[in-house]
Ligand binder design. Structure first.
Ligand code: FAD
Ligand code: FMN
Length: 533
């Protein structure tokens, strides 16, 4: 960068020197009797025109070389395109914030306003995020109109594009987030693949913003380390029980957790909703940090909370302030993590299914490490329930196809429990994991539901049980005829689990079996929805 800057500076200095020399030469014409008042003769015109052409050619060549070089860099490390369309500036502000988050996670990001985007640019990109608002009566922002006229009326092929949409709006208007949905539908119709369902942001709702930040963290290859843009107000839940479900598995350890809200403060939730958890550092980690910086952790604030307790839920600074009050001011809270709720309120407690993640350096993930290894049974977990209407259930009379892998069974199990009490509800579960022996989570419960005909179909696929590796998408493909029948009978499809691998592969099978228009119709009517991470 500094080399490029110094070359640019040198170039500018050279141009200024050249202009000074030309100026000095021209000045001579004005000195003495040499002033030339007549029109230039033909050779002078030709010379001037030739010089102008050479200069224009030079400018073109420099511009073209720069463009080619930028494209060459792009093809080695394709940047993520972040596009915004905003009427009053909020979408732009969120785009800038999102770009910063992604860059801090190490991603190359190119930010563009929607009116600067065209079909060839979208076709060249591999990943794009759109943050767009709706104005008027369900209209796009004014500056987006050229995009509608030039680009959305054409038919670019966007087969290689994976995208996500954050649609800004306000539920008090009739056409909620209409432009975001219009854009999403257009992208899909032209072959682009949605990374996740369009996120609807109602009036800057803080919980939705935290969810968007979480998705950005996933795209960055690691969940975000940045403090939440709008921190959650957690409740102190008590951990009642925890069980390691898959000892001996070749996959990462999976734990089942059961939690209870503070007395008299049970928040309502339903199948599809999310638990936001505030992680904490292990006690030993905080003590080691205090020792290293020679700080007394037993200092208490006015509410009797010790410094060590404050530190447990904050980023531990490399260079801490000297006195405890200044250190408190310096602390940045740890960001939240999201987990699909695996139970319904009638179960009397909130259940989660977690895989303990490992970071590149081998240490456990921040939140999964805290929940699976460190918080004691009987201890307190900071938790908040977030409504997730996009993944709520369907009326008992509607057939429901649940598809998922790994810990994705958590969200699907809540739906099964919600429907299990209703006679006559038709439900089909298609679940995939590594081995039947170790990773068939909730096996006895699922088999019992199936035996009692409260789960009409139970299909499982285990990729490491010998032979060719087969996954959920292969099983769905094998059941193509049944899928067609269920959809014909009005089924809704809910997918929960891996954003990478499973969700796009299942999406491709659904499109292949039902056709692009069939899939589109399901999406438009809310009959195909996903909660993937
Ligand atoms: C809507 C939603 C629902 C979710 N539901 C569940 C659930 O039911 N059960 C569950 O276990 N997790 C779920 N997650 C993922 C969860 O929120 C965390 O991202 C995950 O537990 C890792 O967080 P961490 O703090 O332990 O790891 P971090 O300290 O953030 O990172 C640890 C390492 O894990 C890797 N990592 C982070 N997230 C994932 C991931 N999703 N898959 C693979 N590797 C990852 C990172 O690359 C990093 O190397 C959900 C996420 C979303 C957005
Ligand atoms: C005049 C006006 C009309 C709006 N019309 C809609 C609408 O039809 N549908 C909707 O979901 N939101 C509507 N909104 C809400 C905006 O989409 C929302 O405030 C959004 O956050 C604005 O983002 P922006 O600042 O990036 O434009 C409207 C807002 C205004 C001020």
């Amino acid at each position: 960068m500094s080399r490029r800057l110094s070359r640019a500076t040198l170039g500018n200095v050279a141009v200024i020197l050249a202009l000074l020399v030309i100026g000095a030469l021209l000045l001579r014409l004005h000195l003495g009797d040499t002033v030339w008042w007549t029109a230039p003769r033909q050779p002078a015109w030709l010379l001037a025109s030739a010089a102008l052409l050479v200069y224009a050619g030079l400018c073109l060549a420099v511009w073209w070389r720069g463009r080619r070089r930028a494209e060459a860099v792009d093809s080695a490390h394709p940047p993520l395109l972040l596009v915004w369309a905003s009427q009053t500036g909020f979408a732009l502000a969120l785009a800038e914030r999102s770009a910063q988050t992604l860059r801090e996670a190490g991603l190359a990001v190119r930010v563009r306003s929607l009116h600067q985007v065209d079909g060839p640019l979208l076709a060249r990109m591999q990943r794009a995020l759109f943050i767009v608002s709706t104005t008027g009566e369900g209209d796009p922002p004014d500056h987006a109109l050229p995009f509608l006229r030039r680009v959305m009326s054409a038919a670019p092929s966007l087969q290689h594009l994976q995208y996500g949409v954050l649609a800004l709006g306000d539920r008090s208007y009739g056409n909620f987030c209409a432009f975001g949905h219009q854009l999403d539908s257009w992208l899909r119709q032209h072959g682009a693949h949605a990374l996740f369902d369009t996120v609807e942001l109602d009036n800057a709702d803080p919980a939705t913003l935290r969810h968007w930040q979480q998705l950005l963290g996933q795209l960055g290859g690691n969940a975000s380390e940045q403090p939440d843009w709008s921190p959650a107000q957690y409740q102190p839940w008590r951990l009642l029980a925890r069980e390691h479900l898959n000892p001996g598995s070749v996959g990462g350890p999976v734990y089942w957790l059961r939690l209870q809200p503070p007395p008299g403060e049970t928040p309502p939730w339903q199948a599809g909703d999310i638990a936001e958890v505030g992680p904490r550092h292990p006690v030993a980690h905080v003590e080691a940090w205090l020792l290293r910086h020679d700080i007394n952790g037993s200092w208490q604030d006015d509410d009797g909370i010790t410094l060590a307790q404050h530190l447990s839920s904050a980023h531990l600074p490399d260079v801490p302030a000297d006195d405890p009050p200044a250190l408190l001011q310096q602390l940045q809270p740890l960001p939240h993590r999201e987990y699909s709720i695996a139970s319904v309120m009638a179960d009397g407690a909130l259940e989660l299914l977690l895989r303990r993640q490992r970071r590149a350096d081998g240490t456990p993930g921040l939140a999964s490490g805290w929940l699976c290894d460190h918080v004691a049974v009987g201890g307190i977990v900071d938790l908040r329930v977030r409504r997730n209407p996009n993944f709520h259930g369907v009326p008992p009379g509607t057939p429901l196809l649940l598809i998922g892998n790994g810990t994705g069974i958590a969200g699907l199990r809540a739906h099964l429990r919600e429907r299990a009490s209703t006679a006559g509800a038709r439900t089909w579960l298609l679940f995939g994991e590594r081995t039947q022996q170790h990773d068939f989570h909730f096996r006895s419960e699922l088999e019992q539901l199936h035996r009692e005909a409260r789960l009409e179909r139970l299909d499982t696929v285990f990729s490491r049980d010998g032979g060719e590796h087969r996954y959920v998408q292969h099983r769905l493909q094998a059941e193509a005829e049944r899928l067609r029948h269920w959809v014909h009978d009005g089924a809704t499809i809910l997918v929960c689990g891996s954003l990478q691998g499973m969700a796009p592969a299942v999406d491709a099978v659904i499109e292949q079996v039902l056709g692009a228009q069939g899939k589109e119709a399901l999406l438009l009517t809310g009959r195909y929805r996903r909660d993937v991470y």
